[in-house]
Design a protein around this ligand. Sequence first.
Ligand code: SF4
Ligand code: SF4
Ligand code: FES
Length: 479
Amino acid sequence: MAEVRLTINGKDCKAENGMTILEAARANDIRIPTLCHFEGLEGRANCRMCIVEVEGMRTSQPACVTKIREGMVVQTETEKLQAARKATLELIMAHHAVDCHHCMRIGSSSEPSLDPKFCEMCFWCDCERDGFCELQTLNREYHVDVLPYIQHEADYEKDESLDSVIRNPNKCIKCRRCVDVCGNVQTVHNLSMANRGRDIMVVPELGKPMAESACVRCGHCVDVCPVGAIYMQEHKDEMLYMAHSYDVDVAAQVSADVLPELAQLYKVDESQISMGQVVAALHKIGVKTVVSDEHARATSAKQAAEVIEKKAGKEPVIITDSNAVKNFVDRYFPKMKDKIDCYDSAQTSFCKNAAELAGEKPLKIVNITNIKEAGAEGKETGNADYVINARELYRIFLRTGGAPHRKKAQSFDKTWTDGDLPYKELLGRKAWNLESDPEEVAVLINGKACKCAVAHNLGQVRKLLEGDYKNYDVVRLMA
Ligand code: SF4
Ligand code: SF4
Ligand code: FES
């Protein structure tokens, strides 16, 4: 790809032709603030936080959609730009739920290191993103405190109809990340923008409640929402209460997928938090039994391997352990249902194994994972009592003073001998991505080299189920 030379804030920069100013700046370690932009999604220029000055252009340009050209001269941090960004934030706050306006974490405190633990002592706000909100962070950076515009208090009702994926339109900043993810990546097209002007809002299919809409509960709108407008139903209070209770025992399965976000929230390097330290912190709050999800994953993979070994080579084998994929197939590919072999998710396997962990007291089962669809799976199948994500875990530890990275590591309470996870390249831990094509992997099954595919999002699932599955021996579907 041809190289382009440009100047950003006086620094000579090189970037690939076709990049936006934002991409070029990031490639050269220059930060430009963003709010609506999400890496991997097409830029929409909805918020104008990323505006920059380009020599020769009369108005400021949104860096997230403006392409670079040879010799371009860009300024990203002039006083005029900073004032314009602050005004943008003030306008956004004029349409944002009022609880944030009481918050010292916005701009009214000059204390630079106001950590989220402050939030655990505050009674004004019950926002699920408090302390981790992209809007809140920018408000602090730009010292947005006294709000100059009249507050537009819409007071929309929260949509809690699913009891898993929850919408709170009062917090929505209309960035459209969720609309793009649900439509362009997941191909569900459940979310869209409705109304005009200041009443514009995100609504599920035909304005129905989420429970009656096309939502398949994959939870990826939650992953991309920068504020507390879409979130998974939380259970940190119940989990803490149960862990402290003398009447019940709590058994928790923890997945290593919570470690990167925990490290980010504690502002430490990932290498500084281990699973053993998380085990110690969970024991401290009263969780009786802590196990890793490795065993449950191996149990599930073995179930899948049996099906694969029985059928591979005779017909394309399609497997899934995803609750959201099952919902997606029910809705969009009902005729393919009989062709798909479902195996237990790691959450279901753990809940089945948990019977072994029960003592004399009733047992509450908690799955701690950052995979959002697990929360919906718990609600829909009733397999786990509570599903907790990394952010909830962090807040539980803040309340109880149990920072894991300061703890001495402890061992898991039970380990099973599993042997290796079969067909790791196919059945191993895989992450959601925003690509349009599935991953291809070659796997030796029954002594024969087999062509396999892994779908990492529902758009890829759709592509495979529309016919591409016939090109493979084995297809694994994830949401
Ligand atoms: S949970 Fe998935 S399907 Fe439902 S609205 Fe969000 S992105 Fe769309
Ligand atoms: S719900 Fe969240 S992701 Fe969707 S438009 Fe509103 S703020 Fe953006
Ligand atoms: S991040 Fe560029 S306009 Fe929102």
